[in-house]
Design a protein around this ligand. Structure first.
Ligand SMILES: Nc1ncnc2c1ncn2[C@@H]1O[C@H](COP(=O)(O)OP(=O)(O)OP(=O)(O)O)[C@@H](O)[C@H]1O
Ligand SMILES: [Mg+2]
Length: 215
């Protein structure tokens, strides 16, 4: 079975932290949603940015659906939900924001409209369609940011700290959404209980390596 995402012997570091990731191996196939937990600064966001082709591996390979992930090249198959939703909400209204992705994929006006409606409905945010994104609460922004990714219909979704800034009720909403939405991918979080509720397998990122944790 072709992996949706395959990471082999991945090494990466920055100037001051030259050996942050030291031989990461990971495989995501259909139905997998893998959780990653680890200390602040252990390299979780960096790992997601490498998978999203924002950063370039120093050694090793990342493939998505059998194709090499090339840093800097747009990957429509991979959606990334950033830690701070405000970083990815750019539309004047919520509906415009969610339309931005499918419009840039070249979808027809009708298709864009259908995708926006579907994505807002899936994330329980239809009632926010005409609101200004920057006036939404943190929980609302999070779900709208997810809607924007869903509207692009990615094969894989990478979530970076999706419960950050959410209260218990919003966390539950997000948890229920992830439990019913089967898009495979990776979820980085400090909340082990949350990862247990929404992931098929959990890994600890420590000293540059991923070690499997029991669910
Ligand atoms: N662009 C950058 N240039 C230099 N160093 C960086 C850069 N981005 C991150 N780092 C450093 O790399 C290390 C890993 O950062 P990263 O953001 O991947 O950690 P993280 O596991 O996501 O942490 P957190 O749990 O706090 O979100 C940190 O020490 C950070 O300071
Ligand atoms: Mg991080």
């Amino acid at each position: 079975m072709t992996a949706l995402l395959e990471i082999r012997d991945l090494h990466f570091g920055y100037g001051r932290t030259p050996s942050l990731l030291r031989g990461i191996n990971l495989r995501v196939t259909g139905g997998d949603r893998l959780g990653i937990i680890g200390d602040n600064g252990s390299g979780k966001t960096t790992l997601l940015l490498l998978c999203a082709a924002v950063l370039k591996p120093q050694r090793g390979t990342i493939t998505c659906l059998g194709q090499s992930v090339v840093a800097g090249q747009f990957q429509p198959a991979v959606g990334v939900v950033l830690q701070h939703p405000a970083d990815q909400l750019i539309g004047t209204t919520v509906a415009e924001d969610v339309a931005f992705g499918p419009e840039n994929l070249g979808c027809s006006a009708l298709e864009v409209q259908q995708r926006v409606h579907q994505a807002l409905a899936m994330t329980g945010t239809l009632h926010l369609a005409n609101r200004l994104p920057h006036q939404l609460s943190g929980g609302e922004q999070r779900m709208v940011a997810i809607a924007g990714i869903l509207a692009m219909q990615p094969k894989l979704i990478l979530y970076d700290e999706p419960t950050a800034f959410l209260d218990q009720r919003s966390c539950r909403t997000l948890m229920e959404f992830l439990q019913t939405n089967a898009t495979p991918g990776l979820v980085v979080s400090h909340d082990l209980a949350f990862l247990r509720a929404v992931c098929t397998q959990i890994f600890l990122l420590e000293s540059g390596h991923l070690c499997p944790l029991g669910l």
